[in-house]
Design a protein around this ligand. Sequence first.
Ligand code: NAP
Ligand code: HSE
Length: 328
Amino acid sequence: MPSIKVAILGFGTVGEGVYRILQEKREEIKISTGFTVDVVSILVKDKAKERLPITGANYTDDIQDILGNPEIDVVFEAIVGEEPAYTYLSDAIEKGCHIITANKKMFAKHGPALLKHAEFRDVKVGFEATTAGGVPIIRTVSNLLIGDRIKRIQGILNGTSNFILTKMRDEGFSFKSALSLAQQSGYAEADPADDVNGTDAFRKLMILSTLAFGRQPDWEDVPVVGIDHLESADSNDASKVDLRYRHVADIWEDEKGKLQATVGPVLIGADHPLFNIDGVDNAVIVDTEYLGSLTLVGPGAGMYPTGSAMIADLLHIIRQHEAVLVPN
Ligand code: NAP
Ligand code: HSE
């Protein structure tokens, strides 16, 4: 059976999710694709940390163990921040590897360069997990673009914020205790500031902007507000008049063709499609010229939803580009 060799950069919530799914679904992947997928190397920062026991792969803290291994076909990236992630992925592309990333902070800024570089090297870039967790919004928008035109995208793009807003409204949690539970559940970033100040949702919106409109607005022109000033009393006041707070990221092309975008909490009523989106779920509404309006809903964060999005990218690469995957 031909084998695809993969490396995983980062073995926290997301990296471990990728590894677990690859092990749990090994037989199914083999049957459906004709390939075994073997994890050969996992990059971590601190090799001394106690971790999940793994078989057939090594933990390493040296990226050269991965970049210098000519057998590796695909590099999954689930580390934190712009660097060294961008450099590692550029180097992986240069070596001829396909890359699959969950790192939205890095991809919002460097995604366009990575996509160009990958096209030049004839390798693929999977980035489904960068935006809306397990919701297949990247594939959906990519498919729609083939014969349609995106006019507007709006949605709840941060699972932690939505989880906090729901806990405050339904169970009377304080902001702090709801955030703490989101952290324990693996939804929040290691530093959760960007989850609650709107920056994480903003970055995801910029990734969608590049995909849907082929460009991003000037970042300084986009007002970005978080939920970090809201408390359960605010949610209660809103509920009394049948309204709910939702943290909404919104981008559209105005009548002059200029991109307009906003990110922040809005009060919405029961007739709005985002009214019933609760907990860690995300929802994305896509308005197009021909289809009209489409809403996708699903888990926006967490080990398995995010891992699942990355495995979907891998399967897509295998199915679409078997010719460029040279089996070992
Ligand atoms: P995490 O639990 O904090 O794990 C981060 C992992 O990256 C750790 O294993 C860490 O190593 C490793 N790492 C960090 N810096 C490194 C470096 N310079 N070199 C090598 N390894 C390094 O984070 P996570 O929640 O899995 O998130 C990973 C990425 O996915 C982030 O970019 C995040 O924004 C994104 N993401 C997360 C979610 C989610 O639900 N959590 C969803 C979508 C996207 P050690 O273990 O040695 O510390
Ligand atoms: N911290 C992010 C969130 C993870 O809560 O949405 C998914 O990108």
